[in-house]
Ligand binder design. Structure first.
Ligand code: SF4
Length: 351
């Protein structure tokens, strides 16, 4: 492991009160009801737009006005009550001393994020990215991809640390190891459900955890690793690979998501040389893109063996569904399986 990327709000800093006060100020100015601090724990994590949307509830017509009032207040008061969580400075110092590169990727607007980080953590991070037109909000993984490349790290050498389901989804989309922290705004159960590979409850646990992580030698279908990335938004989690996942011995990949398909999505099957979804729409391009992306990631991480989910139109080996959506199986490989095998990668199917 070489690079630790951190979320900001709820992970490094407790900004709940200043964020809540700024939104409540906006609501009060407009003449709407304010919310208690506790409610904001569920509102924060997806950037300012979503924070305002959640606080407005059914009154979305006030969004632009509320946003402008929010910034008017927050720009002046973002350090009033905001504090760095206990143990964070020591954790960052210890990680640095052990040679890890450190960075921040947050859904806070970029200029605010850099201002806050420079004020509270000068000369600590090699890169700080907040959301902007150029850098879309998490769970889009563009920010962590950019930092990873800037640090010349492979996917398997990166952890992303955050306190929310959005952060864990970001690590899934970026194919990096996601660590959930419970001192922020969400519970351990929520973080695990969202795909955290490990969850810690105090910063003092971080160094030991990161130190024991290995470099992945195999890749695995993300749905087998417990990520809810199947067409129906469910997973195919396997208990017998849990320990390998925790130790970072397996790199999680989902070809269909890497190919740009959403979760959930209409199920697809192979029909001849095409992949068609149940509504008859041709998704061959996305499936091929996903296969290519998987191969790139696998190559970059010097992996030569993958454990893939059986029967899938992407990951299946030897047998796949026959294209009639009638649960009938025929001989054949999924698109990614075929692409990888043709390039010398060993594919093992798992149920
Ligand atoms: Fe993704 Fe493959 Fe699992 Fe389908 S079978 S959800 S493509 S990892």
């Amino acid at each position: 492991m070489k690079l630790c990327i951190f979320d900001l709000d709820g992970t490094l800093i407790d900004s709940l009160y200043d964020l809540a006060n700024a939104v409540n100020y906006a609501l009060e100015c407009i003449g709407l009801e304010t919310h208690p601090y506790e409610a904001y724990k569920q509102f924060i994590g997806n950037g300012v737009d979503v924070l305002i949307e959640k606080a407005l509830g059914e009154k979305q017509e006030y969004k632009e006005e509320a946003k402008s009032l929010f910034f008017e207040y927050y720009n002046e008061h973002c350090f009033d009550k905001t504090v760095v969580y206990d143990g964070i400075y020591k954790m960052l110092e210890d990680l640095k001393q052990q040679g890890y590169l450190l960075a921040v990727a947050t859904n806070k607007p970029h200029d605010l994020a850099t201002r806050i980080v420079n004020h509270l953590f000068s000369n600590t991070f090699m890169a700080v990215y907040g959301s902007s037109k150029e850098y879309p909000r998490k769970p889009n993984s563009y920010m962590i991809d950019t930092i990873r490349k800037k640090a010349s790290c492979k996917h398997g050498e990166v952890v992303y640390v955050g306190d929310s389901d959005v952060d864990m989804l970001t690590s899934f989309y970026g194919c990096v190891y996601g660590i959930g922290v419970t001192w922020g705004f969400r519970s351990q159960a929520e973080l695990l459900k969202a795909g955290a590979r490990e969850v810690i409850c105090h910063p003092s646990q971080m160094v030991e955890l990161v130190n024991q992580l290995e470099t992945p030698t195999k890749a695995v279908s993300a749905c087998l690793a417990g990520h809810c990335c199947r067409y129906d938004g469910k997973d195919n989690g396997l208990e017998d690979i849990e320990e390998d996942l925790k130790k970072n011995r397996l790199l999680c990949i989902c070809p269909e998501v890497l190919g740009g398909l959403p979760i959930p999505r209409i199920s697809c099957e192979i029909q001849g040389d095409k992949v068609i979804n149940q509504l008859g729409v041709d998704k061959t391009y996305e499936f091929i893109q996903g296969a290519k992306k998987c191969f790139e990631i696998i190559q970059e991480n010097a992996i030569n063996e993958v454990l893939l989910k059986s029967k899938s139109p992407s990951c299946g080996k030897d047998i796949v569904y026959d294209g009639t959506f009638g649960k009938k199986l025929i001989k054949g490989h999924g698109i990614t399986t075929k692409y990888l095998m043709e390039r010398g990668i060993i594919v093992v199917n798992k149920n």
